[in-house]
Design a protein. Sequence first.
Length: 379
Amino acid sequence: MFNGLWEGREIHGEVMKAGFERDVFVRNGLIGMYCKTEELGCAWLLFDAFWEKDLVSWNLMLNGYVGVGEMGKAQKVFDEMPERDVISWSIMIDGYGKKIGDVIRARVLFDSILIRDLVSWNSMIDSYAKVGEMTTTRQLFEEMEEKNVISWSIIIDGYARNGNPKESLVLFRQMLCQGVKPDKVSLAGALLACAQLGALDQGRWNHITNESSMIFNSMSERNVVTWNVMIPSLGINGFAESAVECFAQMEREGIPMDDLIFVSVLTTCTHAGFVTEGLDIFDKMRTHGIEPKLEHYGCLIDLLGRSRRLNQAQILLESMSIKPNSALWGSLFLACRTHKNVALAEVVLERLVELKADDCRVYILMSNIYADAEMWEGV
């Protein structure tokens, strides 16, 4: 049951007892509650039985269907509306453009609006950005007579996520020059652009990292999204110690963590050879209420394999809370060849056979392991 639904139903019962169910304001509140908890059937029953509907009622029902991607029902409500405002149009543009990626239908709606406001413009450029049509996004952005931080954030983040980090940073600087205060989305987009530029242009690592750190430190409020950009940004550019320190700073500030944060910082530890730090961070996952997934175990197996701790990696695989797959055993298998551990390689081969992952490549690798150890009888 969705959060708040039980309490909402209790309130609905009290409303009926008190005889307020015919009040437009109260009825709209109930429709909104059911829509937010995705109980669209209940929302529709209230809406349909209500003879006195105002524009808010229609928009609530419209937004409810769009929110769960039921664009057929949303279109039916939209077509039956006795009147529409810019909110109605923007909801439908969001639904077609951002929810299901149908920018053609979204554009038809956008072009049909007689008086467009900032919300409808932002909805349309966001729709194009979401499907990677950055040329059209930019054209519409330039046509806008009025822009706010949301407009800038959409295009800055859009360029970063669609592989044009340089243009993303150019626009970020333009936004600052025009006196627009950045928000979380524009800052996260700029950080992502910094990370991409650092990875592409090895000679600019220090400059890019300094710029991303400046952007990051300028944020008055940082959330898990911005940390998820900053930590891998530092990690992929060779600043492993700074990435691990970022993780420690997250802990000190009490920022809620997700599984992606741990993948990023564990990957950083793996490539930097930070065994102690990696093991310590992995052990902290459950403390933060996150159950390790195969990706996290994969990072740790790789880390242990690179650092010659093959027996420790085997113990970890044998004691995992979830069944290890062939990719994890394969990672240890490769480490066995690197460090010429024939005995463990034979054990790993047995596990791969049990998983039915013993194709010809596995036996070729085993043969190479025997050859590297000059055990010619096994070749």
